[in-house]
Write a protein that binds this ligand. Structure first.
Ligand code: ATP
Length: 239
């Protein structure tokens, strides 16, 4: 495992109005890792990703990316710096075609030819999307929409991909396919920060995991240790 820390989140707090959702979250992601954030509903996993990606303001704390302080940068600047966020519920544009959705993911790169190149790469990696390039995204299956959301997030050629609940609402088989894609993306050198309700899936793809409880990190463990020790997992997640 590479030792270089690429993302360092320190003592991060964030709130929705008066309701504080993150109470001093600290975590690190090293180059080439897949790191999972796990925890119960409402623990603050999505909020952590949203704050890193500039969709929600940090109230205090620091987010450093490759040594630069990116705290409260606007979302497009965060994307341009090499981080891409694939949000929960996918948010594909249903009335646009698969190809139009995909190309929008490359909007910051500024060159049509470069968008063409990246779209061709994406279609090579996701042949099911290629077959459906002209189809309205709203008519895709849930799994296909998730693949499209991931492919679109890759169009900015991120060095860190943040994925929020990629298996939400998918059949076990589709979820498996999505996680195979996540592994493949990581093998191709993209660092991954993954939020996932399905702890078994999360721990099968991640090398390390942080446990969040009510807006705080309560543990950081090797994914293998948690996976192989249900009792340990239960102490962190309850139930
Ligand atoms: P889940 O798996 O259910 O998405 P999570 O761990 O991702 O859970 P968050 O979605 O980050 O949790 O929510 C953390 C807290 O912030 C919760 O108490 C939630 O109710 C609150 N929250 C999230 N989004 C909003 C919002 N848009 N407005 C107000 N409160 C919100």
């Amino acid at each position: 495992m590479s030792a270089r820390t690429v993302l360092a989140v320190s003592d991060l707090t964030a709130a929705y109005g008066n309701a504080t959702a993150l109470h001093g979250v600290s975590l690190e992601v090293r180059e080439g890792e897949t790191v999972a954030l796990i925890g119960a509903n409402g623990a603050g996993k999505s909020t952590t990703l949203r704050t890193i990606s500039g969709l929600l303001a940090a109230r205090s704390g620091r987010i450093a990316w490759e040594g630069k302080d990116i705290t409260n940068w606007p979302a497009d600047r965060v994307v341009a710096a090499g981080l891409s966020h694939c949000p929960e519920e996918r948010h594909v544009w249903p009335e646009m075609t698969v190809e139009e959705n995909l190309r929008l993911g490359g909007y910051l790169c500024g060159s049509r030819r470069e968008v063409d190149r990246r779209a061709a790469l994406a279609f090579g990696r996701f042949p099911r999307l290629q077959e459906r390039a002209g189809q309205l995204a709203g008519t895709l299956s849930g799994g296909e929409q998730q693949m499209l959301a991931i492919a679109r997030a890759l169009m900015s050629e991120p060095r860190l991909l943040m994925l929020d609940e990629p298996s939400l609402g998918l059949s076990p088989k589709m979820a498996e396919d999505v996680f195979a894609v996540v592994r493949d993306i990581n093998r191709h050198g993209v660092t991954v920060l993954l939020v996932e309700q399905n702890v078994h899936n999360a721990l099968s793809v991640a090398s390390r995991a942080y446990v969040l409880e009510t807006g705080r990190v309560t543990a950081e463990r090797n994914a293998g240790d948690l996976r192989d020790d249900p009792d340990l997992l239960r102490t962190y997640l309850g139930g």
